[in-house]
Design a protein around this ligand. Structure first.
Ligand code: TXA
Ligand code: MG
Length: 354
């Protein structure tokens, strides 16, 4: 891949500078790649109607060609132009309730959408993001914007523009820095093309919020061939082991594992909710640069949304940790915990239930 000059532009989200947005929108219109903030994670955008532009997203990220992209719109009304047939009633209700916001709907694909976006599927994923910079950019470009998360394929999704820079500098045209994202995990992906709606990926909108509107809803299982579940994701550079179960058992198991690593002279990381940190103090001195055991807290179990919002930043911290292995305590897979556990299970090389 030819190295590009990547322009880095800071945007004040309280008073958005129009000329920066116009510059980035022009790059989208002329087939370029623009990374921009959304409320979930940073996206890497291209003109969704230009198959050639869309294919450069895949090469910039090193993304498998058969993993389809979400199309981002500024308004719900714009969905109709991208789908086949009329907008289903259920989709309308969901759009009213959750857009702009972290819910992606999978619908039958219309002819306007190139195969590069849908990776050959006959469906298309759409959402309206709740972020002033994303909306201003899409609106100004006057185009639907295809955008995966703006990370190298397989890396944790970027929740800051610095993360995007680390992964994609030299590979894309522009990074719009609108500060850290708020939700911190990606959108919930909901397939409305089956008789019963299927959650292909838990995310920013919780299943408990969707249920009252949907009635019946199924979870796409981790083994399903749905593109949302098929690929290994979110891996930090250090191997991660997820330990789930009763808290006491989890703490005991992590102790056992860590002591085993210490015997071999290995360096270990532990990622645990703040309530559990006290149980590992005997193993680790937080912030001790020479310690062989590094403890990083994940935020409180009592605020899983805050935990979700800092999750990917925490995972990236392990990159610089140079640990041989990292152990992670699981959380309850309820509310925002469902998306957290989904990301952790994908990131882990091994999951242990005790
Ligand atoms: O919050 C988000 O969703 C972020 C921001 C940038 O909007 N985007 C994002 O995109 O996470 P990406 O490409 O990293 O994840 C999109 C997921 C993938 O798992 C993909 O397989 C699934 O959505 N997906 C996209 N189109 C689909 C389709 N037509 N059918 C089934 N799954 C689809
Ligand atoms: Mg992604």
């Amino acid at each position: 891949m030819k190295k590009k000059h990547t322009k880095y532009i800071k945007i004040n989200t309280d008073s958005i500078n129009r000329s920066y947005i116009c510059e980035a929108a022009e790059i989208l219109r002329t087939g370029g790649l623009v990374a921009f903030p959304t409320e979930t994670v940073y996206g890497l955008g291209a003109n969704a109607l230009d198959g050639k532009a869309v294919s450069t997203i895949f090469s910039a990220k090193g993304r498998p060609q058969d993993n389809p992209l979400i199309v981002h719109l500024a308004r719900g009304e714009d969905v109709q132009a991208l789908i086949a047939g009329d907008l289903p009633r259920q989709a309308k209700q969901l759009m009213e309730a959750f857009w702009p916001g972290p819910l992606t709907l999978v619908l039958p694909k219309g002819k306007a959408v190139p195969d590069e976006v849908s990776a050959g599927l006959d469906t298309v994923a759409v959402r309206v993001p709740a972020h002033p910079v994303a909306l201003a950019l899409i609106e100004e470009a006057g185009l639907p914007v295809a955008a995966p998360s703006a990370n190298l394929s397989g890396r944790p999704s970027p929740t800051t523009a610095e993360h995007v820079y680390m992964d994609l500098n030299g590979r894309i045209d522009v990074i719009l820095d609108g500060g850290p994202t708020n939700v911190g995990v990606e959108s919930t992906v909901l397939d409305l093309t089956a008789a019963v709606p299927v959650i292909l990926r838990p995310g920013g909108v919780m299943i408990e919020e969707l249920k009252p509107l949907l009635g019946d809803v199924e979870m796409g299982s981790a083994t399903s061939q749905s593109p949302a579940q098929k690929y290994k994701h979110y891996s930090p550079k250090v191997p991660m082991v997820l330990v789930e179960g009763e808290r006491e058992n989890v703490v005991a198991e992590i102790h056992r594992l860590v002591l085993g690593n210490r015997e071999k002279g290995q360096t270990v990381g532990i990622l645990a909710p703040s309530e559990s940190a006290q149980f590992y103090r005997d193993l680790a001195m937080e912030g001790d640069p020479d310690g062989a055991v590094r403890l990083i807290t994940l935020g409180s179990r009592n605020d899983l949304q805050a935990m979700a919002s800092s999750l990917f930043t925490r995972l990236r911290l392990f990159d610089d940790l140079q640990a041989d292995v990292v152990y992670i305590e699981g959380v309850e897979p309820e509310g925002a915990g469902l998306a957290i556990m989904d990301r952790l299970r994908h990131a882990a090389i091994r999951c242990i239930t005790v």
